[in-house]
Structure formats: C-alpha cells, structure tokens
Design a protein around this ligand. Structure first.
Ligand code: HEM
Length: 134
C-alpha cells in the first residue's frame, strides 16, 4: 500500500465513547458511596455540601480527561484543593484501591484498567507535588 492511501478501517475510539457518559456518572456515584462507607476516607469528604453538584463536577472531569466534550468546560485546581485536605500517602493508596474496586464492579477489565491508569497517573503527580512520601 502507498503512503497516504487510505488503509483498512481502524478508527481509534476515544475512551469516553467506549465507556459512555452514563457509565461515567454511575462509577462516580458508586465511588462516592463507597468512600462514604470507608472509615479512613469519610472524614475528608465531610466538607462537601452538595454532593450531587460535586459528583457532576467529577463526572465532567473524567469525561473530559477521556476525550469527551462538555458544554461549559471548567478549570480544575487539583493540587491546591488536595493540598488543603492534608491527606497522606496511605489515604491516597486507599482512594486508588476503592476506585479500582468500583471500576471493576462496573466495567469490563480492559476498560477498568485504562481508566485506573489515568487515575494512577494523576495520583502519582499528587504524590510528588504534595510530597506525601510513601
Ligand atoms: C486521598 C485521596 C483523595 C481525597 C481525600 C480527595 C478528596 C477530595 C475532596 C474533598 C475534594 C473537594 C475539594 C474542594 O472542593 O475544596 C476533591 C476534589 C477533586 N478531586 Fe479529589 N481526593 C483525593 C484524590 C483524588 C485523585 C487521585 C483524583 C484524580 C485522579 C481526584 C480528583 C478530584 C477532582 C477532579 C476534584 C475537583 C477539583 C476542583 O474542584 O478543582 N482526587 N477531592
């Protein structure tokens, strides 16, 4: 085949389309349910007044991180907000563990793994920038 010739149809499907908006919302909702039931994690979320709004925000965050578009994009200030919470490396590991459990409960392993890898990458950045050690 010549360069530039259209090849076999092998369209790259972005993760947002593979998972779908409804699943993103369901995962986020279930995740916060699980965090609330976890004694180590619960206290960090007590300051959130409106959980419906928070979940919508987090669902938008993941949707755009997966390549999806939203009507009114928001700026996130992840590091400052998380620094203010003062959690440690152990809490961050727990967050990831609960997130993984949630993903596996909702999605086929391959998609769960891809989403988890994104969360892990962000958690690594947090770990380094917030100097959590561990
Ligand atoms: C120990 C781990 C974590 C705890 C306790 C935690 C807790 C929280 C809380 C309480 C907020 C609300 C902050 C506020 O509105 O002032 C928040 C915001 C947020 N969290 Fe986390 N979080 C953790 C880790 C993570 C990780 C690993 C991610 C992503 C992979 C993440 C994504 C977000 C996002 C996108 C926001 C919204 C930030 C914004 O409003 O600009 N969090 N988190």
């Amino acid at each position: 085949m010549e360069i530039g010739e259209p090849g076999p149809r092998r369209k790259l499907i972005p993760l947002c389309d593979k998972i779908g908006r409804d699943h993103v919302a369901a995962v986020v909702h279930d995740f916060y349910d699980r965090l609330h039931r976890d004694a180590l994690m619960r206290p960090f979320f007590e300051g959130i007044g409106d959980f419906t709004e928070h979940e919508a925000l987090i669902a938008d965050f993941w949707w755009t991180a997966m390549g999806g578009r939203i009507e009114q994009p928001r700026k996130f200030d992840m590091l400052a907000k998380h620094r203010a919470l003062g959690f440690d490396a152990e809490a961050l590991q727990r967050w990831l563990q609960v997130f993984e459990e949630t993903l596996l409960a909702h999605l086929p392993p391959e998609l769960a793994q891809r989403w988890l890898q994104m969360a892990q990458g962000i958690a690594d950045v947090m770990q380094r920038h917030l100097q959590l050690g561990g």
